[in-house]
Design a protein around this ligand. Structure first.
Ligand code: UDP
Ligand code: MG
Length: 336
């Protein structure tokens, strides 16, 4: 594929798609829309805003409907239930028609004004401009600390380097979006997938604002699940650790065997050692169960993959010229 700079030589405008995943964001969604359009209006590009309503149980969808009725550039995809943040972003990427696509949170933690900096980089030929959080005001010390260590851990374990302290706030060129849409996996860790595709990637530092209203949708349990998902989809290190652990325990047991044999052959205190036996049994039992669990996690993922269910179902679409019919499973054969 011929890769060229993204700036067109004539004065024609591009289409910019902005994807906003929303789950129970009634208190902030209008302010978000206002701020976003304020930024986009300055850019002199055609744009569409794709709000993906991820099965909200509050007034979010009704508010999005009102926004759409007043502004035909605001389109809405309502998923049939809550599928989760990463799937909502995935749905948005499949529906986006733009030459360039931005993913941004609905809660104004990612300042829309940063999109201008991302677009400037894109015009100079960057394919992925990813937001890097320089500080995270208004988030709990615990969240900042766990996030910091999570990004360092995953970067260490993963086969592709995933930039530190990045979220899903990023701009992607059409060729990147096509590549992501053609990736068939069910576990969609979007920021990792976007690092995997390569092309020309550049950071855009920004300071992450506090949530403007409403509650975080990532309580501790979801954060933990998200971290495990990210690590298991991007690394085989946990499996390799089973091998290392197996090697170490085999070596230890060899020493144990030598010790037991020599006690039996050369001394007459060979009946003792109950404590050692007990410790060894518990240790081996624990290690075996732990790695059975790790293997179970990977097998569970394989099970999810082979079922080949659609990733999400759409209940309602607003503002699309061509309405899509029924679920469309991701097709790995699709042309990129
Ligand atoms: N979100 C979503 N589906 C979910 C959870 C979250 O679409 O199941 C959206 C949410 O509306 C927001 C973005 O994902 O736009 C990030 O979520 P949140 O702000 O709660 O996460 P945090 O910033 O606290 O990590
Ligand atoms: Mg947030």
């Amino acid at each position: 594929m011929l890769v060229t700079a993204n700036e067109s030589t004539d004065s024609s405008t591009h289409l910019l798609s902005v994807i906003v995943p929303c789950f129970n964001e009634e208190s902030v969604i209008e302010a978000m829309y206002q701020e976003l359009t304020f930024t986009l209006a300055k850019e002199h590009e055609d744009y569409e805003i794709l709000f993906v309503d991820d099965g909200s149980r509050d007034e979010t969808l009704r508010r999005l409907q009102t926004i759409h009725q007043a502004d035909s550039n605001a389109r809405v995809i309502a998923l049939s239930r809550n599928f989760g943040h990463q799937i909502a972003v995935t749905a948005g990427l499949e529906y986006a028609a733009g030459d360039v696509v931005v993913v941004i949170d609905a809660d104004l933690q990612d300042p829309p004004s940063v999109i201008s900096d991302m677009l400037a980089l894109w015009r100079e030929g960057t394919d992925i401009a990813y937001g890097v959080r320089t500080d995270r005001a208004g988030e709990s010390g615990f969240k900042v600390w766990t996030a910091k260590w999570f990004y360092r851990l995953i970067n260490h374990l993963s086969d592709v380097p995933i930039p530190l302290d990045t979220g899903d706030f990023r701009l992607m060129d059409r060729k990147v979006v096509d590549a992501l849409n053609a990736m068939p996996e069910r576990d969609r860790f979007v920021r990792g997938m976007s690092a995997w595709v390569g092309f020309k990637q550049d950071p855009v530092p920004y300071s992450r604002a506090p949530r403007s209203a409403g509650q975080t949708k990532y309580p501790l349990r979801s954060m933990f699940r998200f971290a495990i998902d990210g690590i298991l989809s991007f690394s085989r290190v946990p499996l390799r650790m089973a091998v290392y652990m197996g090697l170490t325990t085999s070596l230890l047991s060899l020493l144990g065997i030598l010790y037991a044999l020599s006690m039996r052959l050369f001394t007459d205190v060979w009946v003792t050692g109950w404590t050692l036996l007990f410790i060894a049994m518990l240790f081996l039992g624990g290690v075996q169960l732990l790695f059975l669990g790790v293997m179970g996690e990977y097998i569970g993922r394989i099970y999810g993959e082979v079922k080949r269910r659609p990733l999400y179902l759409v209940r309602e679409q607003m503002g699309f010229v061509k309405q899509r019919q029924g679920p469309e499973p991701i097709n790995p054969q699709r042309d990129v």
